[in-house]
Design a protein around this ligand. Structure first.
Ligand code: ATP
Length: 623
């Protein structure tokens, strides 16, 4: 119920449209059975040769004073001994009015429904975009996409087309019921026996469907995860020749989805035949009673026929209620994961009066920094009491065995994660007291993975800075040694690259990413050296571009190359989350046995000796 009210909260901005939409659909609901009720006067007055006069009574069995004739609603010129004209006018006028109200009411309700869904989807996307890095580690991409697409779609169906149909049907139901009672008199009370039966069966079916839908949605998410992994990681699948294995995995997941869908269909489709049987038994019974009523003169034939048709009409919305109920339950089921995402508090938040970071002047200080990742199995302590200063203009290399916590340490600087204990300060200001935007503006990060968007070269370089002049983009590309190959591309800077665009070599991708970092012009640069090598020519171009990028910046680099640690002002050794040595290459060779071992294993072992002058780093620029 809480979720229902939360959804209703999204309708508030569209209250006016919803209000008028509901009123118009209420009119439709009234006109619909009234039109059918015309069968009574048609049989009793228009088609009855013995009927005289121009009075066409519409609703029998109403208390005295409530009686009204159709003539009252028809222009006076049509009166006279002309019941046909009165009924024909009423029929056409009602139909036209119903059509207009139906059209505008459906439009207004859908307007509100689609409007609220657009807001909900935007809100969800905004929340996901603003989530911390840990959110994306905890939730697989396919599951997030499934919620954003499939779950939102289910809610959308329920609050747009199904809702307007539901409103129309509920009003039709109410007014038809009133007319059935008016025509049926004593007879109509027989109906009430069936109401609880219908409601109970609909509720029972709906409740099961909610659970089933959740399972169905989970199965869709499972398929989306497999799709995402195997399509983005297609090269790995090919390299390991695991196509068949992946196809079988996909088929198994598809079969689970099929089973979930069929279970849900079985439950849903039982409701219609069940109610059909109930209704036909009721009608058969009523014909028998009706015959006696007509014979006893308590009912007219026209009245009874109108009553029967209205009864059929009443049965229509009742039958649809199970479908509406199912659809709303499905939407409620789908809204669980939407609201789960909306309720996640980002781990990294800005304090209310955060300060803007001014120019970076002096140093970044890690003071007794401890960090633990939290996951389902509990906490995993990765960094322990790290004390470190990175001075302005310094090139600080970070080395250590795999899993030592190097990436974790550098990810704390742009606040992808917050420290668990201690603090990190820039020029004396705790990172948590600064605005995230101003902090991240000061940092360009370059990771092993190069991410390019499906956009033009220019927009990829100017990512996050759409208004920057073309000349500056080209200047950055020149410094990144990317201008020449960009100019050789079919549309130069307007060539679309990225997932679906023009194919680039590894080195070219890296240089585009370096250009992006150069254009960002952040004073602090975080690099993560790639362990895989490029060919010699590409390598030297990338390293020259990198040298340009590093110029005049404070650089923290996770080093895998000897040349990098040689160039570094200082090198930090990180082992199992603790700093076990700081110094220059020569100092550490003398003092640190770990460094000596790393030197032999990692640096000499890669075949990268001092003869290779500069680091090779794959790039992902920008924050
Ligand atoms: N998002 C995460 N959630 C939970 N644990 C993580 C996460 N990222 C890393 N870890 C764990 O933290 C430890 C340190 O990882 P980290 O990536 O910082 O090491 P690293 O020194 O950079 O290693 P490498 O050189 O191999 O990249 C590892 O044990 C890793 O399993």
């Amino acid at each position: 119920m809480k979720r229902f009210f939360r959804l209703i909260g999204y309708v508030v901005p569209y209250a006016l449209q919803s209000f008028f939409g509901v009123i118009l659909l209420a009119i439709v609901g009234l006109l619909d059975p009234l039109r059918i009720a015309l069968v009574g006067p048609i049989l009793n007055t228009v088609l009855n040769p013995s009927a005289k006069g121009d009075k066409v009574p519409l609703l029998p069995n109403l208390p005295a004073g409530w009686h009204f004739d159709l003539n009252q609603f028809v222009p006076a010129q049509m009166h006279g001994d002309n019941a046909w004209a009165v009924v024909a006018f009423a029929l056409i006028a009602m139909t036209v009015l119903k059509g207009i109200c139906d059209y505008s009411g459906t439009y207004l309700v859908n307007y509100a429904g689609f409007g609220m869904i657009t807001d909900l989807r935007n809100h969800l996307y905004e929340t996901i975009m603003r989530s911390s890095a840990s959110f994306f580690h905890k939730h697989p991409t396919g599951t997030i996409l499934s919620t954003l697409i499939n779950d939102v779609e289910r809610v959308q169906t329920a609050v747009s087309s199904v809702l307007s149909e539901f409103l129309q049907q509920i009003f039709t139901f109410i007014f038809t019921l009133a007319l059935v009672i008016s025509y049926g008199g004593r007879l109509s009370w027989a109906l009430l026996i069936f109401v609880p039966v219908v409601i109970t069966s609909a509720r029972k079916i709906g409740g099961t469907v909610r659970v089933r839908t959740r399972t169905g949605q989970d199965r869709v998410a499972e398929i989306q995860n497999i799709l995402h992994e195997t399509i983005t990681g297609n090269r790995i699948v090919k390299a390991f020749s695991t196509e068949l294995w992946e196809i079988l995995r996909f088929k198994k997941a598809a079969r689970r989805l099929l089973r979930a869908n069929l279970r849900s269909v079985r439950i849903q489709s039982i409701s219609s035949p069940l109610m059909d049987v109930i209704a036909s038994v009721a009608i058969a019974l009523l014909i028998w009673i009706g015959r006696n009523e007509i014979l006893a003169g308590r009912m007219t034939v026209g009245g009874f026929i109108a009553f029967l048709i209205l009864l059929f009409k009443l049965y229509d919305p009742v039958r649809k209620f199970a479908f509406f109920y199912n659809s709303f339950q499905q939407a409620m089921g789908a809204s669980v994961s939407i609201f789960n995402y909306l309720d996640i508090e980002p781990d990294v938040q800005e304090i209310s009066r955060a300060k803007t970071l001014g120019d970076f002047r002096d140093r970044i200080a890690f003071e007794h920094v401890g960090f633990a990742y939290s996951n389902e199995d509990g906490e995993q302590q990765v960094l322990h009491d790290v004390n470190l200063e990175v001075r302005r203009g310094e090139l600080l290399a970070l080395v250590g065995p795999s899993g030592a916590g190097k990436s974790t340490l550098v990810n704390l600087v742009p606040r992808f994660y917050d420290v668990s204990s201690g603090r990190i300060a820039i020029d004396g200001a705790d990172l948590r007291d600064l605005t995230l935007a101003s902090l991240r503006q000061h940092i360009a990060q370059v990771t092993q993975e190069t991410i390019l968007f499906n956009d033009t070269v220019r927009n990829n370089i100017a990512y996050g800075q759409p208004d920057i002049p073309k000349a500056e983009v080209e200047q950055a590309a020149r410094h990144a040694l990317a201008h020449d190959f960009i100019m050789r591309m079919p549309q130069g800077y307007d060539t679309v690259i990225g997932e679906k665009g023009f194919r680039l070599s590894g080195g070219e991708r890296q240089r585009i990413a370096i250009a992006r970092a150069i254009l960002k012009n952040a004073p602090i640069l975080i690099l993560d050296e790639a362990t895989s090598a490029l060919d010699t020519e590409s390598e030297s171009l990338v390293q020259a571009a990198l040298s340009n990028l590093m110029q005049g910046r404070t650089v923290v680099v996770i080093a895998h190359r000897l040349s990098t640690v040689r160039r570094a002002t200082r090198t930090v050794i990180l082992e199992s989350g603790r700093i076990t040595g700081i110094g220059t290459h020569e100092e550490l060779l003398q003092t640190s046995p770990t460094y000596q071992r790393l030197y032999e294993l990692q640096f000499l072992g890669t075949g990268m000796d001092g003869a290779i002058p500069d680091p090779i780093v794959t790039m992902e620029a920008g924050l």
